[in-house]
Write a new protein. Sequence first.
Length: 429
Amino acid sequence: MRFISGDKEAILEQLHSAASADTQIETEAAVKAIIADVKTNGDAALVRLTEQFDGVRLTDFRVAQSVLDDALNHVEADFTCALEQAKANILSYHQKQKQSGFVDTEKPGVMRGQLVRPLETAGIYVPGGTAAYPSSVLMNILPAKIAGVPRIIMVTPPGKDGLNPYILAAAKIAGADEVYQIGGAQAVAALAFGTESIPKVDKIVGPGNIFVALAKREVFGIVDIDMIAGPSEVVVVADRAANPRFVAADLLSQAEHDKLARAILITTSEAFGQAVAAEVEKQLKTLPREEIARASIANFGQVIVAESVDAAFDIMNEIAPEHLEIQLENPMDYLSYVKNAGSVFLGAYASEPLGDYFAGPNHVLPTSGTARFFSPLGVADFCKRTSFISYTKDALAKEKDAIVLLAEKEGLTAHARAIEIRFEEDDEQ
């Protein structure tokens, strides 16, 4: 792991200078071509692109409910039990996020308010590839269910050996209305524009590789999206009172996701940082995904030695990590220091995988510093707000001169006239 030390400004300068350059130009061009192909050619493009990228020749995209039932009946009972427990926790947490509309009648003759309505359709992307994530099925579908979305469409890439039964079982437990075996940028395009077989949706959510992320960015505005997700990342703020074995294990839990994943320790003790780095090396050798985790640690693993706890949190907030662990004594005392983080894990026994799978808060989180302005996926992401206004004639009369003045100052005469015309008969009498 790379060690960085010095005062806060020097550390931040090193972090900014290490930021990777944009190397996505070729990928962006390929994604745009895929989207244009699907938009123009529909199902024919999906068949061709699926065979090209996934090695599967599809004759039907829709996954029958009987296939979902069969998957649920054949996965291990303890896996189903674990999913049901996770589902209960996710539901109990996200139920508290529900918003309601309001009506304001504080002025005589004036009614103002807000409606909160669910989206009509939501598209859930569930990745395949080197790892399949049944937990993502629950995290993406259940908030949409709570919001009241009436049609939830899930897509997931097919494999040469068929679809992942754990993904299908999770889809059944979560309550996906329709499931289609299609992946990559072509799946995003299909959800955004619709094809002969796959319906157009209002919003696309869920993680994916660089092709999926860029495709979501490309179709934003045609449909809504949750966020532009990058590689997974964790920052652990810890001092010498923390357990180096625990911290190393938590860093590696993110490093095994992706060779581009970032695992960062910020500490006030260089000796503690050295102990964690030694533990990381020791534990790396025991991981089945050692190659991926080792590449992540070698390229993006960092130990930052800060001058003080205050400086440590300033540096953390500048990084704005997806996951933040606070492994300091009395960690709740430091929650107020957090300005920018996707999800916060407090204390030695709130390990990051607890949030990935089970505790209930959503694991679809902002990455790559976007926690400065993005939030975790939640119920509000599947809702829209509509305002409404009602004025009586007497109420409008009290406000009309101010409205007309504002409209005239903006040079919008028709706006002013639309108000004035309602009182012309009164003026003539």
